[in-house]
Design a protein around this ligand. Structure first.
Ligand SMILES: *[C@@H]1O[C@H](CO)[C@@H](O)[C@H](O)[C@H]1NC(C)=O
Ligand SMILES: *[C@@H]1O[C@H](CO)[C@@H](O)[C@H](O)[C@H]1NC(C)=O
Length: 404
């Protein structure tokens, strides 16, 4: 009887401890209606407000309603009705390609003060529990990294300005609001996240959402698992060795599918066939997927969320990918090379989600997970259910053991 009581008590304790974060996006703003599916979620990050919204001097402090001052796809109060009582609601700022407002803000001390005070005002006005800072990425490698004035050397100053912007924000928000950060998953993008900068960043940040997805992207030239176990471990290990404690890390999961066109030349196809037969598809050449002069997307990659469904031009290929794909036990990823269409498919299916919880979250002693994004998994929410079971099950088990 006593033991049963302890297990029950510790399960309650779990929800207070382990973080389970969902992005809710303007593109796919509908969470599941079934409350059981959202019961384990501890934080919701509404994505995105633009980083530029906070650079203006004259944001009206007076009578206007929060929705007028801070137009957004939903409100914090409405969001609270869609989740369990006590779920923290954050406003995510920035996102891929939206780095300009951060740069203007970070450039000078006055810019930092203005931006941070405006963010704090927005948090007060909307009633949010805090903000998630998605600057992709301080120090370079953003959307425009090959364009004049956007190259990495022109952004080197940001590696010291980013920690300052965060500490200025902490000063304005105070200790009780949350500040979290979405941070790059690939070591090549971690320009502002080093053993020098991390100790300065840490005091401002409650937890980091490590984007352990899109780890294959248009800047690569051969196939990889875009959210695989091995690549995720590389990512997590980089943050741990730079000094982020495991207690502040969240591992990212992707509720969407990606595909890449592979090299259709005879020589390319030969390499891809070998890669498929010997290496679960890894190492098949794609050729150049990004314009080396402008950094523009050459249209060789695509993706879709579960909510959007499968574009018709690749639907046959994806059908084959689901039935004939391979689980790569060594690297921890599911993928399929379509030799008729010269397409590489990579996504987190049920097996991949379960293995990543086991081999990354559990193995590294991590207390946080998140997904991009909740509505992207509608209307079936199958991947959410898998992650709910694997992740919440793991944390419940851990805490039950700790208590007993
Ligand atoms: C949110 O709801 C609370 C409680 O009803 C209310 O006091 C507050 O003004 C609302 N906030 C906004 C921004 O509407
Ligand atoms: C690039 O930066 C320089 C120096 O800061 C500036 O003079 C120039 O106007 C910028 N060019 C563009 C296109 O923004």
């Amino acid at each position: 009887m006593y033991a049963v009581y302890l297990i029950f008590a510790s399960m309650i304790f779990v929800t207070a401890q382990a973080r389970y974060v969902m992005y809710l996006t303007g593109q796919h703003p509908e969470p599941p209606a079934d409350v059981a599916l959202v019961a384990g979620i501890t934080h919701v990050a509404l994505a995105f407000m633009s980083s530029r919204s906070f650079n203006q001097v004259s944001i009206d402090a007076t009578s206007e309603a929060a929705e007028v001052k801070w137009p957004f796809f939903t409100t914090v109060n409405r969001t609270r009705t869609q989740f369990q009582k006590g779920t923290k609601v954050l406003i995510a700022i920035g996102g891929w390609g939206d780095d300009e407002g951060f740069e203007v803000a970070a450039r000078t001390e006055e810019g930092q003060e203005l931006w941070a005070s405006n963010v704090a005002r927005m948090v007060t006005d909307t009633g949010a529990d805090g903000v998630d800072i998605d600057w992709e990425y301080p120090g370079g490698n953003g959307e425009h990294y090959l364009q004049p004035n956007h190259t990495n050397p022109t952004k080197a100053w940001q590696t010291t300005a980013y920690p300052k912007l965060l500490s200025t924000l902490r000063k304005h928000l105070g200790p009780s609001k949350l500040i979290t950060a979405a941070v790059p998953g690939l070591p090549r993008d971690m320009l502002a996240f080093t053993s020098t900068t991390i100790p300065i960043i840490l005091p401002s940040i409650d937890f980091f959402n490590i984007m352990t997805y899109d780890l294959m992207n248009r800047r690569d030239s051969q196939t990889l698992h875009h959210a695989g176990v091995q690549a995720s471990l590389t990512s997590i290990n980089a943050y741990l060795s730079a000094g982020v404690p495991a207690s502040k890390l969240n591992v990212g999961f992707a509720f969407y599918v990606k595909y890449f066109r592979t090299d259709a030349s005879p020589a390319g196809r030969k390499k891809c066939l070998d890669a498929w037969n010997i290496n679960s598809g890894i190492g098949c050449p794609t050729g150049i997927m990004e314009d080396p002069k402008t950094g523009g997307d050459l249209g060789k990659t695509g993706g879709f969320s579960w909510h959007d469904g499968i574009p018709s031009e690749v639907s046959e290929s994806f059908k084959a990918a689901k039935t004939s794909g391979k689980w790569d036990a060594e690297r921890g990823g599911y993928g399929y090379w379509d030799e008729k269409e010269n397409l590489w498919w990579t996504w987190e299916n049920e097996k991949a989600i379960v293995e990543k919880v086991e081999r990354v979250v559990k193995a590294k002693g991590i207390e946080g997970a998140f997904a991009w994004g909740l509505g992207e998994d509608g209307d079936e929410f199958e991947h959410l259910q898998t992650l709910n079971k694997a992740y919440n099950g793991l944390q419940a088990g851990r805490h039950a053991r700790n208590e007993l």
